[in-house]
Structure formats: structure tokens, C-alpha cells
Design a protein around this ligand. Structure first.
Ligand code: HEM
Length: 155
């Protein structure tokens, strides 16, 4: 189950359903980047924090474009190594997703059932991401062939 958890987590790092977090600045403040650039954010502005960018920062994630669930395993823990906001597929801070644990449970229940009972094969090409929607998903049709696995008869 730990492996499946890391696989789901890695998919959500690369393809977060929520593309960005939006906040309304209730007071003016200043941001300093790690490169030393300083930005003033005036009161009243909307601040957009793009998950799709900061979940792939190369100083947080080794080979950020690569699907690699073990980056979250013991010894690496890239989701927390760079700080509390290294991994933000579920947001963070005061408004972090309250459904995170429930979402993992649901997704793992469904995938455990599928992986245990079916052989699956993708028959269409790997899809591109459709970014022109509120919640990005696969572009076009995704075709899958699946066959029920033969389970050994119970003794
Ligand atoms: C893969 C599944 C999910 C993802 C990727 C996800 C992602 C997120 C993100 C990024 C936020 C932060 C939004 C922000 O800061 O503006 C959020 C907030 C929230 N999520 Fe989820 N979510 C998921 C599933 C769920 C589920 C299953 C529930 C409820 C059962 C849920 C309930 C909420 C609620 C109530 C908030 C608002 C929390 C607040 O503003 O204090 N989410 N979610």
C-alpha cells in the first residue's frame, strides 16, 4: 500500500487537478525569491501560485519531469525535504485540503481493485494534458483494453 500511495502522490505532483491556488492580498507585502529578486504585492491584488510549476522545481525535485514514486520514499522524502510547501497538490497552510486522507483512501481502494483483478493495456497513444480547462485532464479519448485476471481457485 505504501508503493501505491507513492504512485498516486507522484501522479498528483505531475498532474495536479487544481492548477493554481489564488489568494486576495488583504494587505501589501514583499516577497523575496531564493535568487534574491524582490517583488512588492500591493493590497487588493490577486496572487496566483501555480502548482504545476512549484511541484516541478528542480531544487526541490530531482529530475522533476520524470515519474518516480520512490522520490517520496525513505531517505529522499522530496515532498518535505525542502520545507512544508515543497509538495502542494493538496494546497498548504490554513486552507490545505481537508479531504486529502479521504481522497487517497478512495483512489487506493479503486486502484487496488483494478490492479488486483484486471490486466490493463493502453491501446491509444499516451495522451497530452489538456490545460484549457479548470481541472486539467487527458486531451481527447483514452482507450484502454482490460481483461479480468484468472484467479487461482480457492483450496
Ligand atoms: C485528488 C483529490 C483532491 C485534490 C488534488 C484536492 C486538492 C485541493 C487543493 C489544492 C485545495 C486548496 C485550495 C486552495 O488553497 O485554494 C483543496 C481544498 C479543499 N479540499 Fe480538496 N482535493 C482533493 C480531494 C478532496 C476531497 C475528497 C474533499 C472532501 C471530501 C476535499 C475537500 C476540500 C475542501 C473542503 C477544501 C477547502 C479547505 C479550506 O479552504 O479551508 N478535497 N483541495
Amino acid at each position: 500500500m505504501d508503493t501505491l500511495h507513492r504512485c498516486v502522490k507522484e501522479v498528483l505532483r505531475l498532474h495536479p487537478p487544481a492548477m493554481m491556488l489564488l489568494r486576495h492580498a488583504r494587505r501589501s507585502f514583499t516577497v523575496r525569491t531564493r535568487e534574491g529578486n524582490v517583488y512588492d504585492v500591493p493590497k487588493g491584488r490577486t496572487v496566483a501560485s501555480p502548482l504545476v510549476i512549484h511541484n516541478r522545481l528542480p531544487h526541490e525535485y530531482r529530475d522533476p519531469e520524470t515519474y518516480e514514486p520512490d522520490r517520496f520514499g525513505p531517505g529522499r522524502r522530496e515532498d518535505i525535504a525542502g520545507g512544508a510547501f515543497s509538495y502542494t497538490a493538496f494546497g498548504g497552510g490554513r486552507h490545505a485540503c481537508v479531504g486529502e486522507a479521504f481522497a487517497y483512501m478512495q483512489i487506493k481502494v479503486i486502484w487496488s481493485h483494478l490492479l488486483r483483478n484486471f490486466e490493463m493495456e493502453m491501446v491509444s497513444p499516451f495522451p497530452e494534458t489538456d490545460w484549457n480547462v479548470v481541472m486539467p485532464g487527458p486531451k481527447g479519448k483514452v482507450m484502454l483494453r482490460y481483461n479480468r485476471k484468472r484467479m487461482p481457485a480457492a483450496a
